[in-house]
Design a protein around this ligand. Sequence first.
Ligand code: PGA
Length: 254
Amino acid sequence: MRKPIIAGNWKMNTSTSEATELVKAMKKKLVSITGVDKVLCPPFVSLSLVKDLIKGTSIKLGAQNMHYERSGAYTGEISPVMLSGLCSFVILGHSERRALFEESDQIVNKKVQAALDLQLTPIVCVGESLEQNEAGETIDVVTRQIKAAFNGVESLQGTVVAYEPIWAIGTGKAARGDQANAIHKVIRSVIAQLYDDSVAQDMRIQYGGSVTAANIAEFIGQPEIDGALVGGASLKAPEFISIVEQTSKIKKTG
Ligand code: PGA
């Protein structure tokens, strides 16, 4: 049984005081929900304060990105060494990073290696664009991204994959549960090819892209979907709590 995992990707939102308020508004309820890994991914400048606010609870912390080098002349960048000890997860290869900051598959691969070397658990994002989707290229694109991200990676150490079709991110147009489930199945089979069946069966694969409290059940009800990477809806405490709550209930009874 894979433990479901819901991660909130706050993106470039929340001041430090807003981050504090958001955590305070969700903490008690989130802690009371069992059977789900709950991960908050605030901006870098709020990692430390969120870490203090969730100390001693079951809530986990993640970063949204990092550089692959451990230190050096990389003005404005954050290294895996800086994150290790501060948080346990790091989102890598998000489509916004790939598209807006020109992160290639090779860079994502270097980041995955660098994170794992320091016991940070990557949440590796993959997903096709609308054009690729309409051209029937989804499986090819996702397969290429997965193979590239894990190239030369010997042990996945709990790595999570997030399938996020780009056309569904921030658009309010989520994929259908069965569509997403089919791609999750493909991802699992690529992992089985690269590693083995038991590694593939253990890997948690999240869906991401316009997940809300109103549609989470459709995704979580699918056998291959182990959770969600939530953007916009993770900034609203009651909605994020409801997403985690529904996930817990559905996976426990399902
Ligand atoms: P969204 O973002 O939930 O706002 O669509 C998801 C993501 O980018 O991880």
